[in-house]
Design a protein around this ligand. Structure first.
Ligand code: ADP
Length: 643
């Protein structure tokens, strides 16, 4: 066929579904109009991929020296944008099939969900993405000229104003590929500005594998995208500086990353991930769930979204970086991601990578791991509550301070704890509290110190909430030192014997004390825990612990009041004295005052706030008054003796 024999332009009607879709795009879609450029560039990139792929088996279709590329041309006066590619192109039939009808399953599913309610429908459209048709958000008409690579068929021009119909006409075009010219609507002309096109390319298409050119002031083609993204490159080719640069420029990093996790997976699932563990936490990002950065999702190098929460669990929210999938559709959105099985698989794989890296650092660079832990440990521990599938791994990675270490700098793993357990020790012991200084001095630790049994310090608020999920490590139970009847097995034999001995002796006094503290305690019993302190409070097996109670209250939660058990030290001089006084005068009024002081002191010792500080102070002052007069009297007596 020669050009003189070319067919006349012919009008065709869009398929019904296509009409429906176009109507919506034109009349109901007002937000994110800019994405049309991303969609068209991505189509061009696909077309370039296809021609390269076909040339593998059919080398003739592609000129070996030709550069595969995308060219943008902007005309501010005519208000047009032209996007050209030298990709695979389309035959006439392909144009009718691909552009005139809707075959994509996503769009079909979309159309099935349409309600006719404009507002609801325009929400939906955002979720599905409309590919090529999105151009009609900004275009009053579109002309597409295309020639199929490796085909004798003439080039074809497709033209449409959207809505009802399009025209087809054979035209002259020698090179394979597609040129799309967008005639912008009057009020969308800013898309024809250089800066606008450049910034949209930077935002959405920077890492498209093919070069995108835009003529500069002098009409020379200027490359406006980065082409090969860092995450697609071989890690061995990338310097630490380059990783760091990308972290700061593209991932919102403001410090030096603690470590970089770069992987490229091929096979059933093809994706690349480049993740960074920051050194420092930014409180803004930590507590503000509307984070800007986090992990960005790309599909085939096309930017899809910032902070894709479906890629990593919440307890890894401090990680930044990029995941680029080859298999996800371009039109994924937050709504459709949630139940996308593929994203679940990627997430699982990515989390696995993070774990392996953390395990590696913990083993090979303990100091680095320690600084990671100090910064992110409290967040990471949320995983023990939220991610039961990874519980075993998480338990190997958690660290605690303990009575074995001298300072907050000494951390232990559960494994290390177990390796230090004393012979005959059955359980793993922990204490919860507000900070190290408080728990370290807790009366509850006295027996453990004496027996040389290590106790883990659980002093992050989150610990209280996740302990029920750990309960057991390496076949050993985790037990609170401040809960239930303490059973140290063989290690506590003597104390048990001692307790039996004094129990009967203190039976009556214990009852009297229980009467005095009837509103505060559930029971009073002789202890096996204490060595130096006169008494302490313990939670009953099933009841909420004191620290948990405090945390819940701080969060404004209603807390059921659980009375605790007062355990008294039968060998302590105070109780030996009280016992004597009680024997002589069971109704003694002072007993009441002293018992109240002892109770309040037990609370203070564990960092609790006492109910009535004024009463407490008055009681202690009375005691001091008596004590000082006694001291004075004895001094006077001594002086008189001397004289
Ligand atoms: P999708 O890209 O998701 O398939 P689109 O509506 O964006 O949906 O495009 C429909 C089809 O039109 C594409 O699948 C492709 O076959 C064809 N197409 C669009 N743009 C081009 C192009 N620049 N070159 C070749 N074919 C194209």
């Amino acid at each position: 066929m020669t050009s003189t024999e070319k067919t006349q332009s012919q009008e065709y009607e869009f398929q019904t579904e296509a009409k429906q879709m176009l109507h919506l795009v034109i009349h109901s879609l007002y937000t994110h109009k800019e994405i049309f450029l991303r969609e068209l560039i991505s189509n061009a990139s696909d077309a370039l991929d296809k021609v390269r792929f076909e040339s593998l088996t059919n080398p003739d279709i592609l000129d070996k020296n030709a550069e595969l590329k995308i060219n943008l041309k902007l005309d501010k006066t005519a208000k047009t944008i032209t996007i050209s590619d030298n990709g695979i192109g389309m035959t006439k039939d392909e144009v009718v099939q691909n552009i005139g009808t809707i075959a994509r399953s996503g769009s079909k599913a979309f159309l099935e969900k349409l309600t006719g309610d404009q507002k609801a429908d325009s929400n939906l459209i955002g979720q599905f993405g409309v590919g090529f048709y999105s151009v009609f958000m900004v275009a009053q008409s579109v002309k597409l000229v295309t020639k199929r690579a490796g085909s004798d068929e003439p080039a074809i021009a497709w033209e449409s104003k959207g809505e009802m119909s399009y025209s087809l006409e054979e035209v002259d075009k020698k090179e394979h590929g597609t040129d799309i010219t967008i005639y912008l609507k009057e009020d969308e002309s800013s898309f024809a500005e250089d800066w606008q096109a450049k910034s949209l390319v930077k935002k959405y298409s920077d890492f498209i594998a093919f070069p995108i050119y835009l003529p500069d002031d002098k009409g020379k083609d200027e490359l406006i995208n980065a082409t090969k993204p860092i995450w697609k490159r071989d890690p061995s080719e990338i310097t630490e500086e380059q990783y760091e640069e990308f972290y700061k420029q593209a991932c919102g990093g403001f410090d030096k990353p603690l470590t970089t996790i770069h992987n490229r997976a091929e096979g059933i699932m093809e994706y690349a991930s480049l993740l960074y563990l920051p050194t420092k936490i930014s409180p803004m990002e930590l507590y503000n769930y509307d984070r800007k950065h986090g992990v960005k999702l790309y599909v085939k190098r096309v930017f899809i979204m910032d902070d894709c929460k479906e890629l990593l669990p919440e307890y890894l929210r401090f990680i930044k970086g990029v995941v680029d999938s080859e298999d996800l559709p371009l039109n994924v959105s937050r709504e459709t991601l949630q139940d996308n099985p593929l994203i679940q698989k990627i997430k699982k794989a990515v989390v696995g990578r993070v774990f392996s890296k953390l395990e590696e650092i913990a083993k090979e660079e303990p100091e680095t791991y320690k600084s990671f832990w100090k910064e992110f440990g409290p967040i990471f521990k949320e995983g023990l509550h939220a991610d039961l599938d990874n519980k075993e791994k998480l338990m190997e990675l958690v660290r605690y301070q303990s009575s074995n270490g001298d300072s907050a700098d000494d951390l232990t793993s559960l494994k290390q704890y177990v390796s230090r357990m004393r012979e005959g020790q059955k359980d793993i012991y922990y204490i919860t509290g507000e900070n190290r200084a408080i728990v370290e001095k807790s009366p509850h630790l006295e027996i453990f110190r004496e027996k040389g049994i290590e106790v883990l310090y659980m002093i992050d608020p989150i610990d209280e909430f996740v302990i029920p999920n750990i309960y057991n490590y390496d076949g050993k139970q985790l037990k609170s030192v401040a809960r239930g009847d303490l059973d140290l097995g063989d290690l506590g034999k003597e104390e048990k014997k001692e307790k039996k001995k004094v129990e009967t002796k203190y039976k009556k006094l214990a009852e009297r004390i229980k009467n005095i503290l009837t509103n505060q305690v559930k029971d009073v019993r002789v202890t096996t825990r204490l060595k130096d302190s006169p008494c302490c409070l313990v939670a009953d097996d099933q009841d909420m612990g004191a620290n948990m109670e405090k945390l819940m209250k701080a969060m404004g939660q209603e807390v059921p009041v659980a009375k605790r058990i007062l355990e008294i030290n039968g060998n302590h001089p105070i109780f030996l004295n009280l016992q004597d006084i009680y024997k002589k005068d069971p109704k003694n009024k002072q007993l009441e005052e002293w018992v109240n002081v002892l109770y309040d002191q037990a609370l203070i010792a564990e960092g609790q706030i006492i109910k009535n500080p004024v009463d407490y102070l008055k009681r202690v002052n009375d005691l001091l008054e008596t004590a000082s007069s006694t001291a004075k009297e004895s001094m006077v007596a001594k002086e008189e003796e001397k004289a």
